[in-house]
Write a protein that binds this ligand. Structure first.
Ligand code: MN
Length: 277
């Protein structure tokens, strides 16, 4: 247990800079000016930094600075690529390219998905480069981190390294049909939902393929999976017989947000508060 990496996870921020800073300060991981106070811990963000909320670029800037400061102090801040991060990139890089999305072109689609105009105006090359390099998946200790509770990762490869390489290639390409295809997958969710047949098995299969003993994901707001009212969502939701953990506190809908500490799995058993209502 001493050797277990101290892993903290935060779900979809969606431009709510104040919630991000408040929760990181509360968890003892950062100051309001993006200095790392987490020591040797690791903190991972599940992607979807922008859209819906007012200050997505402020969120990206803060995470970039925190990442640099944590590295200087022996800690680590990691971040995954979320579908809204992909949508923002398409709106900036190929605004008029046609899509089969709701707006018919990438910029119009991004606005439909909740894109914040001031974000795209403030998006600099350093932010674009940073977003393009984000991994789609990560394995930290025995936790498999992925943005979405969806199986489409398998479309891009059969190992974690292959998926990340394929999506990184795509993020650096001008193949707009392929960007459009990736965004098309973003509506997929509920893949590991244990209320439907096959949910637990799919979670187990993803772990068998990509590694780890438990999936941690964002993307799907916890109330939609757990049935809990939003005002009571103050912690992660562990489900699929313990094989999956949702950390999306629906901040963009007014959720208070939280930082989830992923303790060793054997001590992370289902508490009564995690049970479905
Ligand atoms: Mn998402």
């Amino acid at each position: 247990m001493q050797d277990y990496p101290s892993l903290f996870v935060m779900g979809d921020i969606h431009g709510y800079f104040d919630v991000l800073v408040r929760q990181l300060r509360y968890a003892g991981l950062a100051t309001s000016d993006a200095r790392w106070t987490g020591g040797k811990s690791q903190l991972w963000f599940m992607g979807d930094f922008t859209d819906r909320g007012p200050d997505g670029v402020g969120v990206i800037d803060f995470v970039m600075r925190l990442q640099a400061d944590a590295a200087r102090q022996g800690g680590q801040v990691g971040a995954l690529l979320g579908n809204h991060d992909v949508a923002l990139l398409t709106a900036r890089l190929f605004p008029h390219a046609p899509t089969d999305g709701p707006g018919g072109a990438f910029y119009a689609d991004w606005r439909e998905y909740g894109g914040t105009v001031s974000d795209i105006e403030r998006l600099e090359n350093k932010h674009i480069d940073w977003l393009r390099r984000l991994p789609a998946m990560a394995l930290v200790g025995d936790r498999l981190l992925m943005h979405a509770d969806a199986p489409y990762y398998l479309y891009y490869g059969e190992t974690l390294e292959a998926v990340n390489a394929a999506i990184s290639d795509l993020m650096h390409s001008g193949e707009t049909d392929e960007w459009n295809e990736l965004l098309g997958f973003s509506g997929e969710r509920y893949a590991f939902d244990d209320r439907k047949p096959g949910g637990v098995m799919l979670a187990a299969q993803m772990l068998a393929i990509f590694g780890g003993k438990q999936i941690i994901h964002g993307h799907t707001p916890i109330p939609l999976l757990s049935g809990a009212p939003l005002e009571r969502v103050t912690r992660a939701f562990i489900y699929a017989e313990g094989l999956a953990t949702d950390v999306d506190g629906w901040i963009c809908k007014g959720g208070a947000g939280f930082v989830y500490q992923a303790l060793p799995i054997e001590s992370n058993t289902l508490a009564p508060a995690d049970a479905r209502l």
